[in-house]
Design a protein around this ligand. Structure first.
Ligand code: SAM
Length: 214
């Protein structure tokens, strides 16, 4: 059992998710073998549900890594919409570009290189969906910058918000994560209580916050 969900529940839920894209599945396995921090499968399935529900055509992502979730979201839009994603590690940025090209999605996914706290200001356009999956201490900055660009009724998803259970109880907090925990707790208070938003925090994967921009 991990600190958020019981393993047998996670594993059962994951088995229910159909593998619709062989190539994407092979890419997921490759990322998992390298222990890259890509989205949990069950989180991906909920993102796909939102993409369908919103009929999303434009998505902004903070935290590209090697491009798995960008490619996943682009495929979920049937390669028709646009994903804009930001990555600050040059190594991952370059890998993401390669992977996106291999999937033939370079026209559908724009990867920006740099710190999202700065880069997001120069991103143009409006978005149906935002996916925040980067440095956890800066989620409020990422959220505020993304929320300005959301279409009315848009959804912002924030991943890892329960951070191995540490956010919900002091008993699990390790000393070197104290600042991160404080920042994530403040972030969840903010998106849960500000009148402009409606937020639901789900114990899915490492914790996913779903926020509707009213
Ligand atoms: C959890 S990984 C993203 C995984 C990716 N969304 C996926 O599921 O395939 C987080 C990534 O965010 C990047 N990152 C962290 N802080 C960032 C920032 N301030 N600006 C841009 N990228 C950042 C890290 O380098 C890392 O590659």
């Amino acid at each position: 059992m991990d600190n958020i969900n019981r393993e047998y529940i996670d594993s059962y839920i994951n088995k229910l998710i159909p593998d619709e894209n062989e190539r994407l599945e092979a890419f997921r396995k490759e990322c998992e073998e390298r222990e890259l921090p890509i989205i949990h499968k069950e989180v991906g399935q909920l993102i796909k549900l939102f993409i369908n529900q919103l009929n999303a055509k434009s998505i902004i992502e903070v935290g590209t890594n090697v491009g798995y979730s960008s490619i996943f979201m682009s495929c979920a839009m049937n390669n028709q919409g646009k994903v804009v994603t930001v990555e600050r590690s040059e190594k991952f940025y370059n890998e993401a570009l390669e992977n996106i090209k291999d999937f033939g999605l370079d026209k559908n996914i724009d990867v920006y290189f740099g710190d999202a706290s700065e880069i997001l200001d120069s991103v143009e356009g409006t978005f149906d969906l935002a996916f925040i999956d980067a440095a956890k201490s800066y989620y409020k900055t990422f959220f505020d910058k993304c929320s300005e660009k959301m279409k009315p009724g848009g959804i912002i998803l924030s991943d890892n918000v329960l951070y191995q259970g540490m956010i919900a109880t002091d008993d699990l907090v390790v000393r070197r994560k104290k600042t991160l925990v404080r920042n994530l707790r403040n972030y969840l208070e903010y998106i849960s209580h500000d009148e402009r938003y409606v937020t639901s925090v789900l114990p899915l994967g490492d914790g996913l916050a779903v926020t509707l921009i009213k």
